[in-house]
Design a protein around this ligand. Structure first.
Ligand code: NAP
Length: 335
């Protein structure tokens, strides 16, 4: 094993299951305490996603075995490796593969990662740039690729994005508008309109009254939609698709349930597909290569909406996030 020696103890936010409740706290750990893997990574940036906040606050059954270091994504560099594929000093990233769920993840200064889960940093992206894009940008890339495969081009019509002030929503506005689509942002925060326009939204739709719209089918408005919230918004988007329209179901920020009827399918040939941002390697490599080149989001426009926090502020941030008091992308920066 080649080594640049991680310290004996380092900081982590660890989640335990005590008295049938998830309890997360700042503590110190050793590399040997982490779940097994061939590569030890010094963490530089960890994305904080909605799912991570649910996990560490015990608001959903996400972590599959305790104790666990949550955090579904990390960017850093290798400090120890018994894998021939990775060497100390190499810049790497990990997301998906149950990271932060069944394997210890990004909410610690060091990670131990199975070599089969780790990827070299995409050529052309710095550690910070890769972290800013992260799981939210990768998720949008998966949706965009599928829209293209379904033949949805900028000429097909507008594309809607719900939960527009969230991490996925903002990157969807940027990437879809950069790809030439007319993007309509659905948000409960109508007051954020100028920010959403600056990120690429051509129109803003107030998402709050959509729950009262109960027509079985709506005026055909959108060639495609990325839905981050589920519930009545997802239902309205589906009923508002144009002929041959497609909807990517990405998230559940308002809950898991939605109701609909068959009319979008049997009258307009609608396609609904799901996204899980942990695809097989060929898809990962192809999409990260695109995110570093042709589909690279303009990160100077995203930067004002990236909140940098410290590990010790994670628990407070997660409470605020779940109470809807945050916007945009949040990253933990490690020294
Ligand atoms: N499938 C995947 O692989 C994948 C990958 C990444 C994320 N996700 C999921 O996608 C969703 C969005 O992720 P994110 O990182 O963008 O989350 P986020 O940063 O928390 O943003 C979610 C946005 O949804 C809206 N929202 C929040 N609570 C709501 C409520 N109760 N009712 C209606 N709208 C609400 C808000 O936007 P407005 O205030 O602007 O309406 C909020 O900014 C989450 O559910 C996340 O778990 C899934």
């Amino acid at each position: 094993m080649v080594s640049t020696d991680p310290p004996d103890r380092f900081q982590a936010v660890r989640s335990d299951f005590i008295d049938r409740k998830v309890v997360s706290h700042l503590t110190t750990m050793r590399v040997a305490d982490l779940s097994a893997g061939e590569v030890v990574v010094r963490n530089r940036y960890a994305g904080v996603n909605y799912k991570d906040c649910l996990a560490i606050q015990g608001k959903a059954k996400i972590i599959t075995a305790f104790p666990r270091v949550a955090g579904i994504e990390s960017v850093g560099e290798v400090v120890e490796s018994s894998s021939g594929r990775f060497r100390p000093g190499q810049e790497v990233m990990v997301h998906g593969f149950q990271t932060g769920i069944a394997f210890d993840g990004g909410f610690a200064e060091y990670l131990r990662v199975p070599a089969g889960h780790l990827m070299p940093l995409p050529t052309g992206l710095s550690q910070l740039e890769a972290a800013m894009i992260g799981v939210p940008g990768f998720t949008v890339a998966m949706a965009l690729e599928r829209f293209r495969q379904l033949g949805i081009t900028p000429e097909s019509g507008p594309v809607a994005v719900s939960g527009a002030t969230g991490a996925v929503g903002m990157q969807a506005l940027l990437m879809l508008s950069q790809a030439g689509y007319e993007v309509h942002a659905l948000s409960r925060r109508a007051g954020d309109g100028s920010m959403l326009h600056a990120l690429g939204a051509a129109q803003i739709v107030d998402a709050r009254p959509l729950a009262d719209e109960t027509r079985p089918i709506e005026r055909p408005r959108f060639a495609a939609a990325i839905d981050n919230v589920s519930g009545p918004v997802l239902s309205w988007l589906l009923r508002s698709l144009k002929d041959d329209g497609a909807l990517a179901s990405v998230g559940n920020a308002s809950g898991n349930e939605f109701s609909c009827n068959v009319l979008p399918f049997i009258l307009r040939n609608a396609t609904v597909f799901g996204i899980v941002a942990s695809p097989a390697w060929p898809v990962r490599e192809r999409l990260w290569e695109r995110l570093a080149s042709a589909w690279r989001p303009d990160l100077s426009r995203l930067a004002p909406h990236v909140n940098m926090i410290r590990l010790e502020n994670l628990l407070e941030h997660s409470r605020n996030h779940l109470e809807g008091r945050t916007r945009g992308r949040t990253l933990i920066r490690f020294d």
